[in-house]
Design a protein around this ligand. Structure first.
Ligand SMILES: Nc1ncnc2c1ncn2[C@@H]1O[C@H](COP(=O)(O)OP(=O)(O)OP(=O)(O)O)[C@@H](O)[C@H]1O
Length: 303
């Protein structure tokens, strides 16, 4: 990850609150949410339906006003000036069907004074051959790539993408993944995206925030989040005996058991079991995938 150290974060969200509706019917979409997105990072926003992801992205983009709290972009309070440093693909992109991809990009580029960016951006999103075709004939994947191109043409330092892989086929998802990684790694652009595709997020994002009912359920580097919920697996001859000896710290598995143990305690645990005559065939940390972490953080417990 090309995260620049010692600089202000690209995006900071401080104690944001946002409710929709009034009185008893009011819905808290965001509830005292604080987040910091480092520069150069691909940052994933996860959460079940209604968790507040789109509301947060819309607030950062300046499309929705929060009830309380604030947003900083590159160390400055978010406003029209600082938002020029950000490209956005917030709602599914809507285009003028009879304009071409190039004409759309030229329209945005003229506003931003970056007309020389049109050709490189078309090539960046692999739309060079389709550049002069009317958007009405574009597939969903092409429209999604044009949406990203529109977000990139103003030469932003960060992009905010709401569900950028929405509706894409597996090839389209693959291309999108390569594009996002490339933007961050080669060009140092900060990417903040929301997604429901957890394996995709695991592959592409450096850090994630998991939202639940408008609050932060978990946040951190993807590798660290997976580590945090790692379980220690022991394949032994007499799992029941070990379960008993571990007094409630073990959980049975196929041919062995998972043990709740800190990393530093592992050598002592293994020595104790070996001294007690337990034959250990396998001992290893088993890392969960992001989906398992996500479910453990967001699953509603029945009252
Ligand atoms: N304009 C609005 N008016 C009323 N309620 C809204 C509005 N926008 C969002 N909400 C509500 O706020 C909550 C958060 O919605 P939001 O769209 O931010 O969630 P989300 O995490 O993006 O969900 P999804 O994954 O389904 O897109 C939901 O309960 C939603 O119904």
């Amino acid at each position: 990850m090309a995260v620049a150290e010692g600089q202000e974060p690209a995006i900071e969200v401080k104690s944001i609150g946002k409710a929709f509706g009034f009185g008893a019917a009011s819905i808290k979409a965001l509830d005292d949410l604080t987040l910091s997105i480092p520069r150069g990072c691909v940052y994933g926003l996860l959460g079940p339906n209604g968790a507040g992801k789109s509301t947060l992205l819309r607030i950062i983009a300046g499309l929705v006003r929060p009830d309380r709290g604030g947003v900083s972009l590159f160390g400055e309070e978010a406003g029209p000036q600082s938002r020029r440093r950000i490209g956005m693909l917030i709602e599914s992109p809507s285009f003028y069907p009879f304009l071409t991809a190039r004409e759309h990009l030229e329209m945005f580029a003229r506003q931003a004074g970056t007309i020389d960016r049109v050709a490189p951006v078309l090539s960046r999103v692999d739309l060079v051959r389709a550049a002069d075709k009317k958007v009405s004939g574009f597939s969903l994947g092409m429209k999604q790539r044009l949406g990203i191109a529109c977000a990139l043409v103003s030469q932003p330092e960060a992009v905010i993408l709401d569900e950028p892989t929405n509706g894409l086929d597996p090839d389209g998802i693959l291309e999108m993944r390569a594009l996002l990684l490339d933007l961050a790694r080669r060009e140092g652009i900060t990417v903040l995206l929301s997604s429901h595709l957890l394996d995709e997020v695991e592959r592409v994002c450096d850090r994630v925030a998991i939202l639940r009912r408008g609050r932060l359920a978990a946040e951190g580097a993807v590798a660290e989040l997976l580590d945090r919920q790692g379980r220690f697996w022991l394949k032994v001859d007499e799992p029941e005996r070990v379960m008993h000896a571990l007094a409630g710290r073990g959980e049975p598995g196929e041919g062995g058991l998972f043990v709740r143990v800190e990393e530093a305690e592992v050598p002592d645990l293994i020595r104790t079991l070996a001294v007690a005559g337990i034959r250990i065939h396998e001992a290893k940390w088993v890392k969960p995938d992001l989906e398992t972490v996500f479910l453990s953080q967001t699953r509603e417990v029945a009252p």
